[in-house]
Design a protein around this ligand. Structure first.
Ligand SMILES: [Mg+2]
Length: 381
């Protein structure tokens, strides 16, 4: 497959409802869409970094610089190094990880570019992204992530609405001061609902008593309670509590996952394609989880339909054993940029079988949200 050009778009989208975590409140998404063009088709990838470097060190603006000044030129010189200057031939999208490997981390920037190439490749092969990724499920189970609410009553009503909508598990964001009492209030109202909590690294080992108390609530898991870059303290915490720890921010690669598994730092991994640097790395983590008997699920970063479609496809792999944060488009956007939108029926999303993303990107809608576009011709020597 010959890649002729790459386009990087800066996109602004207003969220239907603000989303609050321990990092702060988001009212809109400032993100990048990467397009990989062959002479006949276009593949799409999404850069899921937040507007500010609060979830990880990456932010939309840094990803744009890294893509435009480093990653795209590396792809171009790959053609030259292969003895065919001006021609970027990619036999398989797994090769992208290798080409971009000299750049350290910058996972979300890499992942956006890799994702666009995977979509383009799948379209050329005439297969769905799910099939390209090695997925085996025809349907995936969906959970919902609920941001921090001002009052317990507001949260209880949001959980009630999510249960009524059929979500298979409810994730509740917590932060110091909005944790145990709040979760108790929810558990009282919903004694049998699969509930988990996500702390987004807001606590330390000094809070071990709080986490011991959470054991009484029979949560499915507690996600990333401790520092974003830690696996050692998580090991000590896991040894003292019954609730399974799920690692999110701490796992940036299959190597990180291997070490965390070896230490016993958690029992579950939230695999986010962007956080770990792309599909090839996600596939390796999924395989590790299966091999070692860990559960895994696909996390969300408030994606548009493009990133959401990649998530639905990766969640169809056998190792994604728990419902993910792949809620339908209508939860986040007044109007998504894909057609049809991602829809859920009683907590289940059907994995598309059409080539590539399996959803059509609506160019006019994407254009309407695009604030900046740059195209890089790869055929020019
Ligand atoms: Mg998380």
């Amino acid at each position: 497959m010959r890649i002729e050009s790459l386009t990087v778009r800066r996109v602004q989208m207003e969220m239907l409802t603000p989303f609050t975590t321990s990092f702060g409140t988001q009212t809109h998404r400032d993100l990048l869409i990467v397009e990989a063009h062959s002479s006949e088709r276009t593949g799409y990838g999404e850069c899921v970094a937040m507007g500010a470097p609060l979830y990880s060190e990456e932010a939309t603006a840094t990803c744009q610089v890294v893509l435009e000044e480093y990653l795209i030129p590396m792809l171009r010189s790959h053609g030259a190094a292969a003895g065919t200057p001006g021609v970027v031939e990619i036999d398989h999208p797994q090769l992208i990880r290798q080409i971009l490997a000299p750049v350290k981390r910058n996972s979300m920037a890499k992942s956006a570019l890799e994702g666009a190439v995977w979509d383009l490749w799948a379209k050329h092969q005439g297969i769905s992204l799910a099939e390209a990724y090695g997925g085996t499920r025809s349907h995936i189970e969906v959970g919902l992530s609920i941001g921090i609410k001002d009052t317990d009553a507001e949260l209880v009503s949001a959980v009630g609405a999510a249960v009524d909508a059929g979500y298979r598990r409810i994730k509740i964001k917590i932060a110091p001061g909005r944790d145990l009492q709040m979760l108790r209030a929810v558990r009282r109202e919903f004694p049998d609902t699969p509930i988990m909590a996500d702390a987004n690294s807001a606590y330390t080992l000094a809070d071990v008593d709080l986490f011991r108390s959470l054991d009484e609530l029979d949560l499915m898991m507690i996600e990333q309670p401790l520092a974003h870059d830690d696996i050692v303290d998580h090991r000590h915490l896991q040894a003292q509590i019954r609730t399974p720890i799920c690692l999110d921010e701490s796992i940036h690669s299959a190597e990180d996952a291997r070490k965390a598994i070896e230490l016993g730092s958690g029992k579950i991994i939230n695999i986010k394609i962007g956080r770990v640097g792309g599909i090839a790395e996600s596939q390796d983590i999924e395989a590790l989880c299966r091999q070692h008997g860990l559960d895994a699920w696909c996390g969300g970063m408030l994606e548009t339909g493009i990133g959401r479609a990649h998530n639905v496809a990766i969640a169809s792999l056998a190792g994604f054993t728990l419902p993910g944060d792949t809620a339908p488009s209508a939860r986040y956007w007044a109007e998504d940029i894909i057609e049809p939108e991602v829809v859920m029926d009683r907590g289940v999303i059907e994995v598309p079988t059409a080539p590539g993303l399996g959803y059509d990107v609506v160019e006019e809608r994407l254009d309407a949200h695009t604030t900046e576009t740059r195209t890089y011709d790869l055929t020019a020597a």
